[in-house]
Ligand binder design. Structure first.
Ligand code: GLU
Length: 503
């Protein structure tokens, strides 16, 4: 890469950041890090009507939680700041006027009512109203009116917008790193509004001006912005600026593979579509987040990386560093990426195994009042024995409650299988062996009890099944001798006596 890589994530703070937005941020981050570049956060808040309180903080918290913080942006390394477009308001008008002076844009005075009437009229005839070369001279603008009329309107303070003058009969050659070359006939394009009557730029103008001023080298964003690419190309050309390179990421599809993933799909099928929990400031409606649902940031990142990208090998487990190493925009697909909520669980199970037991123990303890007085080191040892079966911290209690509290009932089906005529005697003898054991380790106990079983020619299951039931209440859990070692001699004997009493 010859020029410095500078990429930006440019969300609008209109609500919580959707998981697809996190994917866009991640791909920008990976690309920046791969090329020793800079990852920038710019807040595109020119649409004041859609501004939502708390959304900007949410975006920043989400990036930080995922471990993909921005290098430069709002309130951080403000080299090209400010980074909130609302704070750059004063900047944009001169650029819109520059385009007018160059004959690339024009004032348009059409009222909302007049435009609506045109739209309706077209609809009735089964057509779509497009404001462009074919009708602009019949509409109210600085191309159709004479200079005096225009001046009079401007002097009178009439509302106007500034529109881009999209050329007629040209073919645009656009380039996209993921999609290759795209040809567009300019005749189908409309004269997009660049500057609004409220004194604010539209997304298109602010976005291009800022990308230019912030020296963005690559624009990596979602496919929904592909239709804007033709205009953006033309704006760079109109200003005489060098355009950045573009990469439009594929859509994220519903689990069925049909249609774009929406919040409703998550609600319906029971999975979050947001990284963090979000409480709507107006309605107080709560949307669940991956973090609060018990997912590790590593799982979310690894999962999102595969939504539209693959390394070209069978390898699926990638740490963030490994992703930076392997990532390549050329390996991003054009086709939509199916969102599979089971796959992220699979990643979570994997990353569960890589967590420190002590951290998991703290998280587990915070979830269960039953653990309030239990030493975290003990909890950590229990977790080490059961985490192989866990996907979430919230799975731990079902997998391990018997390490903390004695069973109060015994699984009926298992009892029928395990408790036979001689069981009482067997358990009594096992209890006395355990009682007498001096060197209380899982290994020593195992040797002793297995030795006793063999020398007395008792069936293995006849001993181990009722013993497990006594300790656990069901035929589940890790090695019986590990359980005995963990809960201790006294508790073990108590539990064996409890079960004997019920036989
Ligand atoms: N503000 C746009 C958004 O909300 C940014 C699109 C772009 O990256 O150009 O996604």
């Amino acid at each position: 890469m010859t020029k410095d890589v500078r990429v930006r994530f440019a969300p609008s703070p209109t609500g919580p950041l959707h998981i697809g937005g996190v994917r866009t941020a991640l791909f920008n981050y990976l690309f920046a890090k791969k090329h020793n570049g800079t990852f920038i956060l710019r807040i595109e808040d020119t649409d004041q009507n859609r501004y939502v309180e708390g959304a900007e903080k949410y975006i920043i918290d989400a990036l930080n939680w995922c471990g993909i913080p921005f290098d430069e942006g709002v309130d951080k390394n403000e080299k090209f700041g400010p980074y909130r477009q609302s704070e750059r308001k004063h900047l944009y008008k001169q650029y819109a006027e520059e385009l007018i002076a160059k004959g690339k844009a024009y004032y348009a005075f059409d009222t909302a009512e007049a435009l609506d009437a045109h739209r309706k009229d077209h609809e009735e005839k089964g057509k779509t109203f497009i404001y462009n070369w074919h009708n602009r001279l019949k509409l109210s603008n600085s191309l159709s009116l004479n200079a005096e009329e225009v001046k009079a309107k401007l002097d009178a303070g009439e509302d106007y917008v500034i529109r881009f003058k999209s050329p007629q009969d040209e073919t645009l050659h656009l380039k996209d790193i993921i999609r290759g070359d795209i040809k567009i006939d300019t005749n189908i394009l409309d004269d997009k509004v660049l500057f609004k009557s409220d004194g604010m730029p539209t997304y298109h103008l602010a976005n291009i001006v800022d990308d230019h001023l912030m020296e963005i080298s690559h624009v990596i964003r979602g496919e929904e912005w592909l239709p804007s690419l033709a205009l953006h190309y033309q704006l760079y050309e109109a200003f005489g600026w060098e355009a950045p390179e573009f990469a439009h990421l594929p859509l994220i599809l519903k689990p069925t593979g049909k249609g774009k993933l929406s919040k409703r799909d998550g609600d319906k099928l029971g999975f979050p579509v947001f990284p963090l929990k979000w409480t709507d400031p107006k309605t107080n409606e709560v949307s669940r987040g991956y973090k609060e649902d018990g997912y590790f940031a590593e799982s979310v990142v690894n999962f999102l990386a595969f939504l539209g990208w693959n390394p070209g090998t069978e390898q699926e487990i990638f740490s963030l560093d490994a992703l930076i190493e392997a990532f390549d925009l050329e390996r991003v697909n054009k086709a939509g990426a199916r969102f599979d909520p089971d796959k992220i669980k699979w990643f979570n199970h994997h990353y569960m195994q890589e967590q420190f037991n002590e951290d998991l123990a703290e998280a587990f303890k915070a979830q269960r009042w039953e653990l309030a007085d239990i030493d975290v080191n003990y909890i950590a040892m229990v977790i080490d024995l059961v985490k192989e079966r866990a996907t979430f911290v919230s799975d731990f209690w079902d997998l391990s409650h018997y390490f903390f509290t004695a069973p109060t009932e015994y699984d009926a089906k298992a009892s029928k299988k395990a408790f036979k005529d001689g069981t009482k005697d067997i358990l009594t003898q096992v209890a006395s062996i355990i009682e007498a054991n001096e060197d209380f380790t899982a290994e020593a106990l195992q040797n002793e009890i297995k030795g006793w079983i063999t020398s007395n020619e008792i069936g293995f299951g006849q001993v181990m099944m009722p013993l497990r039931l006594a300790l656990v209440g069901a035929l589940q859990g890790p090695d019986v001798f590990d359980i005995i070692y963990m809960i201790g001699k006294e508790e073990t004997i108590k539990r064996i006596q409890n079960v004997i009493a019920t036989l």
